[in-house]
Design a protein around this ligand. Structure first.
Ligand code: HEC
Length: 134
């Protein structure tokens, strides 16, 4: 009985988050807060990203002021997981943005970057459409 309920819940979540299906298909867990990928992503984020993006990923890191454009507020980022993966791995310049966003592909492997992207999904807040978003 319990497992039927669990399967139902997982089914609903998969319908709500198509990306979760891709993750599930790869054998990875869906992006629940209890997902170990979220904790791993958060830990990696704290280590490498807070300096610029801030503890809360809202773009208010201690070094944020010295950059123009400012480090992005990742809680309202309008970009897809794929875009985020690319800019994290290859850096801002590679995607036509500021080189102040460093490339992390040498420091972090694909799994670590994927964990960060899963973590970022969990901290995203709903917002009215940003007029500067593409
Ligand atoms: C040295 C400062 C710095 C560090 C460290 C840094 N970033 Fe950035 N990041 C930036 C800046 C500046 C931008 C904005 C670039 C632009 O607008 O052209 C940015 C943009 C981004 C974006 C694009 C999001 C959006 O909505 O525009 C993502 C995703 C991102 N950073 C993730 C990360 C992650 C994950 C890490 C840690 C692995 C990280 N950044 C570390 C400076 C930094």
């Amino acid at each position: 009985m319990k497992s039927t309920v669990a399967a139902g819940i997982v089914g609903c979540v998969l319908m709500l988050f198509p990306e979760a299906m891709a993750l599930a298909a790869e054998g990875a867990a869906a992006p629940f807060a209890s997902d170990p990928a979220v904790a791993r992503g958060a830990a990696t984020f704290k280590k490498y990203c807070v300096l610029c993006h801030g503890e809360n990923a809202d773009g208010s890191g201690v070094a944020a002021k010295v950059y123009t454009p400012r480090p992005a507020n990742l809680t309202i980022s309008p970009y897809s997981d794929e875009y985020k993966t690319n800019i994290i791995r290859d850096g801002g310049e590679a995607v036509g943005r500021s080189p102040s966003m460093p490339p992390w592909g040498k420091e972090l492997n694909d799994a670590e970057i994927k964990d960060i992207v899963v973590y970022l999904r969990t901290i995203k807040v709903k917002q009215v459409k940003d007029s500067k978003a593409p």
